[in-house]
Design a protein around this ligand. Structure first.
Ligand code: DGL
Length: 251
C-alpha cells in the first residue's frame, strides 16, 4: 500500500460529509474518494444482507482505485457490515463510525439522553451491545425513520416539520442528544430549535482521530505539503448532490 493513495469514504448519500469534515481538520493533506450511494438510499431500512452487498460493491471499487484505507461514514453500514468487510478484505484497514453513546457514559451519565439513529442502527446487534454496556437508564432510543431522506433532499421546511412532529414531545425532557446517523449533524440547529438547549454527541471526531492513528501505525500518512484532492462519486450521478457536498465542505 502506498502513502500517496487515497482514502475511500462512503455513505448512503452526502451525510458522510460530516465525517469527512472532521477528518479534514486533522488530515488535510490526504487524498480522498467520497462515494455517495444515493441510488440505494436509505440504508436505514435495509436488511443486513442488502447492506453487505451494497458495501461490498463500494469496497471493491475503492480497492480497484488502490485506496489505502476505507472509512465507513455511515452508522447503519458500520453497525451491520464492518465486521463482515474486515473478515473478508483483510489487506485494507476499515475505520467505522458508531453512535457516541459511550461518550454520554463518560461525560454526562446522569443526564436524560435521546439517541437519534436509523431503524437499522437501533435494531443492530452491534448497537445493542454498546447500549447495554453503557446504559445510563435515562435513555430514549428513537429510530428516525425517513429523516436521512429528508435531509438528503435538503428542504429545510420539511426537515423542521419532521422534527416538530417527532421530537417536540421530548422538549425539556432530554439534555443529551446522540447524533447516531451521519446525516444528523447537518441539522443540529433545527434539532436545537425543537428540543431547546441540548448537548450533542457525535462520533465523527473520534473516528477522525482513530483514522489518523491507523495511518500512523501502518506508516501510511501522506507527507505531501499541500492540501489533498477530494474526488466525489455519486451512484446516481446527481450533480445537485455534488454541488451540495462541496458547499458543505467549504462551510
Ligand atoms: N447516514 C447513514 C447513517 O449514518 C444512514 C442514512 C440512511 O438511512 O441511508 O446511518
Amino acid at each position: 500500500m502506498n502513502k500517496n493513495e487515497a482514502i475511500g469514504i462512503f455513505d448512503s448519500g452526502i451525510g458522510g460529509v460530516t465525517v469527512l469534515k472532521e477528518i479534514l481538520k486533522i488530515l488535510p493533506n490526504e487524498n480522498y474518494i467520497y462515494y455517495s450511494d444515493s441510488r440505494n438510499n436509505p440504508y436505514g431500512d435495509k436488511s443486513d444482507k442488502q447492506i453487505n452487498e451494497l458495501c461490498e460493491y463500494i469496497v471493491k471499487l475503492f480497492i480497484k482505485q488502490k485506496c489505502k484505507a476505507i472509512v465507513i461514514a455511515c452508522n447503519t453500514a458500520s453497525a451491520k457490515s464492518a465486521q463482515y468487510l474486515r473478515e473478508k478484505y483483510t489487506n485494507i484497514p476499515f475505520i467505522a463510525i458508531e453512535p457516541a453513546y459511550k461518550m454520554v457514559y463518560d461525560y454526562a451519565y446522569s443526564e436524560p439522553t435521546l439517541v437519534m439513529a436509523t431503524k437499522g442502527t437501533i435494531e443492530s446487534e452491534k448497537f445493542n451491545f454498546l447500549y447495554h454496556t453503557y446504559d445510563n437508564h435515562k435513555t430514549i432510543l428513537f429510530p428516525c425513520i425517513g429523516l436521512a431522506d429528508v435531509i438528503e433532499e435538503g428542504n429545510k421546511e420539511k426537515i423542521r416539520k419532521y422534527l416538530k412532529e417527532h421530537l417536540e414531545t421530548y422538549r425539556g425532557n432530554v439534555k443529551n442528544v446522540v447524533l447516531g446517523c451521519t446525516h444528523y449533524p447537518l441539522i443540529q440547529e433545527e434539532i436545537q430549535e425543537v428540543l431547546g438547549q441540548v448537548t450533542f454527541f457525535n462520533g465523527a471526531p473520534y473516528l477522525a482521530k482513530h483514522l489518523k492513528e491507523i495511518l500512523i501505525e501502518n506508516d501510511l500518512i501522506n507527507n505531501q505539503d499541500k492540501e489533498g484532492i477530494i474526488q466525489f462519486i455519486d451512484s446516481s450521478n446527481d450533480e445537485q448532490k455534488k454541488k451540495r457536498f462541496f458547499e458543505i465542505i467549504k462551510e
